[in-house]
Design a binder for this molecule. Structure first.
Ligand code: UVW
Length: 317
């Protein structure tokens, strides 16, 4: 059996944006989203329709998560039953209220990954030591992304529709040239600094198949090639948003390496990844009116030293 190629070997000559925004940068390619880019996004607002892209946390039909993670658990802490007994709380004026809490993976729902969320060879984004992740992310946590917010021109690339499918299949791959062809078929181009939203509708199978969904788990998505990584670098893409759990095909078919684009795009180029979005209503609207460009706005929660955070992104047409 041939020896497994390492991530470091695969990406030995891959482009990096380390140092481009200074030694202390924790925002990476989100730096491309200047005020002018916000206004470029705003210029694509025509009708004022608003689409929320987060999946429901605590969906009665289940929450899709990366294998090994659990869906969030919400627990009721106080509700009307608290006033049933003799030792019920007694607030002046007769106030009753409800409280609850969640126990959740920060990566267990629609989420922004911190730029330092994945790494190889002991270095995270911008060359910070991977040991800065121990006990909490001292560098490149989700907090700087949350402090800044993400706003720009969003572009929906409806790959499922482009391929004439209800959803892409397990392990199905596509490339940057497919994205360009998809955009052309939709009647627009992909411009520098665009926030890319890619629809596969793969998570339809999570709801249709139940536990079978996780058998031989292998998501469809973009797949690694040096040309694809260079394409993202050349276009200075700030943010890749998808409706799959991990934004790329799970195992790169030629090498079997898991999630190489997390490393090539996020660790090396500083591109923010946004995962597990629900793009269905937005996609239906785009197909109906033929407008695939819009204002995209999102801000993950400000969680100190966190590896990621839930988010409810907005697309405004
Ligand atoms: C992993 O990093 C494993 O997954 P994700 O980016 O989907 O959180």
């Amino acid at each position: 059996m041939s020896e497994q190629l390492s991530m470091g070997e695969l990406l030995a000559d891959a482009p990096k944006n380390w140092g481009r925004w200074g030694e202390q940068d924790e925002l990476g390619s989100l730096n491309f989203l200047t005020p002018a880019e916000v206004l470029r996004g705003v210029s694509h607002v025509r009708t004022g329709e608003v689409f929320t892209l987060q999946r429901l946390i605590g969906d009665p039909n289940g929450d899709p998560v990366w294998p090994g993670r659990e869906p969030a658990q919400r627990t009721m802490i106080i509700d009307e039953s608290a006033w049933d007994g003799a030792d019920a709380p007694n607030f002046p004026g007769g106030l009753h209220y409800a409280d609850d809490k969640i126990h959740a993976f920060l990566q267990g729902s629609t989420q922004y990954d911190a730029l330092g969320h994945v790494w190889y060879d002991g270095k995270i984004w911008n060359g910070y030591d991977a040991r800065t992740t121990i006990g909490g992310m001292d560098k490149a946590s989700v907090e700087p992304i949350a402090q800044r917010g993400v706003v720009g021109r969003g572009v929906l690339l409806d790959m499922a529709r482009f391929r004439g499918k209800e959803n892409l299949d397990k392990g199905e791959t596509f490339s940057h040239t497919d994205l360009e062809e998809c955009a052309a078929a939709q009647g627009h181009t992909i411009e520098p600094h665009d926030i890319l939203l890619i629809r596969t509708n793969f998570l339809r199978l999570f709801f249709a198949e139940g536990e079978r969904f996780y058998e031989n788990f292998s998501e469809p998505g973009l797949t690694y090639s040096p040309e694809l990584v260079q394409w993202f670098a050349d276009r200075e893409i700030p943010n890749l948003v998808t409706d799959t759990i991990a934004n790329e095909t799970t195992y790169e078919p030629e090498t079997g390496i898991a999630l190489p684009l997390h490393c090539a795009l996020m660790r090396n180029l500083g591109i923010a990844l946004t995962e597990i979005c629900d793009l269905e209503e937005l996609a239906a609207s785009c197909a109906e009116d033929g407008r695939y460009t819009f204002l995209y706005a999102a801000a993950p929660l400000k969680v100190h030293r966190a590896t990621g955070s839930p988010v409810n992104p907005l697309a405004i047409k």
